[in-house]
Design a binder for this molecule. Sequence first.
Ligand SMILES: Nc1ncnc2c1ncn2[C@@H]1O[C@H](COP(=O)(O)OP(=O)(O)OP(=O)(O)O)[C@@H](O)[C@H]1O
Ligand SMILES: [Mg+2]
Length: 463
Amino acid sequence: MRARRQPSLTLRATLAFSVVAMLAVASAGMYLYETMKGAVMTRSDHAVLARLDHFRKLLQYDLTLTTLQSSPQLFENMLDSEDDIFIIAEPGKPAVIMVNPLHAPLPEMPVVQANRPLSVADMRSGMLDSGVPMRAATVEAVSRGKTVHLTAAHIAVKEMATLAGFRNRILFAVALAFVLTAVLGYVLLRRGLRPLRRMASHAAAITPAQLDSRMDNRDTPVELQQLGEAYNAMLDRLADGYQRLTQFSADLAHEIRTPVGSLMGHCQVALRQPRTEDEYQALLASNLEELERISRMVESILFLARADEAQAALNRQTLDLADEMQRVTGYFEGLAEERDIALHTEGDARIEADPLLLRRALSNLVANAIRYADEGSVIDVRVVESARHCRIEVENQGPTLDDATLGKLFDRFYRGDASRHQSSDSNGLGLAIVAAIMQLHGGEVTVNQPTSGRICFGLVFPR
Ligand SMILES: Nc1ncnc2c1ncn2[C@@H]1O[C@H](COP(=O)(O)OP(=O)(O)OP(=O)(O)O)[C@@H](O)[C@H]1O
Ligand SMILES: [Mg+2]
């Protein structure tokens, strides 16, 4: 079943960025709006206070109520807007002057004494039915012995209109920030993620025949560079593995073709004319030998394939190496005697290993040593212990090999010239099996030539 398609990373990131940009612009706008509102209101408060102060002084010095009453233009042009309120009244009596075009209700207000200066704290807020705010104050004035109350109020219609305009601009800026960030973010992110898409199409084009193509990581951003490098490294490993597999199957076909070809050849020659019973027996015996070799090869290949594949479960046991060396050299004694070779064992240790596999690895080394050592020489099998390792060494006298050859000994199907000529039952798989066994144990197999003419293989087990 196909997985549900997740929203794209570009889309999600773009939306997130846009919301953040929108919030940032909105908060800045709100802050500016509040500051501006405060400033506008303070300004209008001061205008109201200045007006009250002005008329209080006028009344206290020379202006009489009657003059004021008879010439309304005196105060009308003092008012800030046509809706503003201005009232003069003697306490408890109807107003002498009453300007309140909108008939707005006034809030409850304290009366500021005539000798006291005015301040913003003396002002009160009110509200028209239409929701427009108002600021008002009342002061006392003494004009020719008469006490009068002056009330002034400002209705903030213009201010509210200005602020409403400002608010609309803020809303517009917020919307613009959202759209701009979304568009720019989308474009930039799509550009930034281009290497990912390139990688996907590169990966889609990879086939076994094209394992040598690599991603170009030069213009990839740092975050994706790691991915690109890991991807290329994976291709390196795949190409290497694939190349070895191809080589292996080519070698395998070649190795099996030769003995099968020779078997067929023997049979064809034999069938060309009638043969004696002895001849048939000899033919069958030689064919059997060849078939045994093929069977051994198949068994070895199967072992290597399983070791590669499953890291086959190891049956680890505590082993006494002196016993194990004794057992293996004892088994090869007869073969060694045939070539007049002596087997020496030395040392002892205990390790944790799979007994069957350890015996198989050690047998392969000892079999090689007997096969390739100079006739009449001595083979040393010994245990060397160090703090971190336990090493089983098999050393014999033999041909001097160059470094390139030493490196190839553990390759599957690699055989030295000597073995090609010497015997037909060499498959070149013995050391590959030893290497696989050591890998299963987390150790390794080493080879070196301590002096020319001596060759020493070591099975290194980690402690
Ligand atoms: N002790 C040794 N001294 C000298 N040469 C060696 C020794 N052991 C291995 N070699 C060389 O390494 C080659 C590879 O050895 P390996 O055991 O893998 O294969 P093989 O012995 O030829 O065949 P197989 O072990 O499969 O029967 C040998 O053909 C031989 O040339
Ligand atoms: Mg061998």
